[in-house]
Design a protein around this ligand. Structure first.
Ligand SMILES: [Mn+2]
Length: 321
């Protein structure tokens, strides 16, 4: 089925001149890695790939990767805010690492392009998008892994920086090749190593300045256990990025016996965000839905307007207890 999908994808790519690549808001390295990977196939057919980015909302590792790619002038990046929807009617759009309209970097774009195609590895949810072609493979570790198989089928090799960023995407989505990882995952990683993915550079992408790490550790000190396997962390009154909340929630999962984590903090003056993560047994999407949010089984989030940190904490504890 994957083979046939790739063949049809190639046929479709050949019908267009300009092909846009877009992921979810707060694109991560899996989304970016998938985009740069597929851009190589598009170039093979002498078509023009354009990758939609949003630097203002980009987390550090992704931003570093984009800046390195820009320096090498390997790809054509377009800022999300500079997209003119009315100029899109002759274009193909490839949607990567997401299949829900409201999660897209530009949700409305799907109604302005001639056709769109979806490639994703998340579990299909009730309200999902359907493109003219869809490949939803929830058993696959990452969107990058899917795209590696496409590159292999197209007999393509890629440059070292692209391979590195793709490997970093797989690394993120498998939590360091610890979850969702099987033989196929390693085979895809092996292809990236053959294409000279640089493990040192990959680690550098994830490096942060000392201040950020120390600050996070201070915040984690205030976390407390809920039930047998839950960990909750309520931040101070400073305003944080949603990606900070997510990162902290992921770090809480490293504590022994913890299966599920929640981080609560201000993300704007009048808005509190909650980020939830799970190792896989507890479905955090269900919990976030009860709090007006959503997401995936292992990572989900919610937002609250005009309330206080302690009230949001109580709301969560009421559900968990
Ligand atoms: Mn992904």
């Amino acid at each position: 089925m994957m083979r046939e999908f790739f063949e049809e994808l190639t046929n479709t790519i050949q019908k267009y001149e300009v092909i846009y690549l877009m992921s979810h808001r707060y694109m991560d390295l899996d989304g970016l890695g998938a985009a740069v990977g597929i851009a190589n196939v598009i170039k093979k057919y002498q078509k023009e790939p354009r990758i939609i980015i949003n630097k203002k909302e980009q987390e550090t590792a992704g931003l570093k990767a984009i800046e390195k790619l820009e320096k090498k002038k390997l790809y054509h990046f377009v800022e999300s805010s500079s997209i003119d929807l009315t100029q899109m009617d002759q274009c193909l759009l490839l949607i990567l690492d997401v299949h829900k309209k409201e999660m897209l970097e530009i949700p409305d774009l799907i109604s302005y392009v001639k056709e769109f195609i979806i490639v994703d590895h998340h579990i299909k949810r009730e309200a999902f998008l359907e493109g003219t072609l869809n490949y939803l493979a929830p058993h696959v570790s990452s969107t990058v892994e899917i795209i590696v198989n496409y590159l292999k089928q197209e007999n393509l090799n890629i440059d070292s920086l692209t391979a590195t960023i793709m490997l970093a995407g797989m690394y993120i989505d498998t939590n360091g090749f610890n979850v969702k990882t099987n033989e196929e995952t390693y085979l895809a990683a092996a292809y990236l190593m053959e294409n000279h993915a640089d493990n040192v550079l990959k680690q550098e992408l994830f490096q942060e300045d000392k201040k950020a790490i120390v600050r996070r550790q201070k915040l984690l000190k205030n976390s407390f256990k809920v039930g047998k396997n839950g960990m909750v962390c309520v931040l101070d009154k400073n305003i944080y990025k949603t990606s900070d909340l997510a990162k902290l929630a992921e770090e809480l999962l490293q504590f022994e016996t913890i299966e599920v984590s929640f981080v609560i903090g201000y993300i704007a003056e009048d808005t509190i965000g909650m980020s939830a993560r799970s190792l896989g047994k507890v479905n955090v999407e269900k919990i976030m839905k009860q709090l007006g949010g959503g997401g995936h089984k292992t990572d989900a989030a919610s937002k609250f307007q005009n309330t206080s940190l302690s009230r949001v904490k109580e709301e969560l504890l009421n559900i968990l207890r």
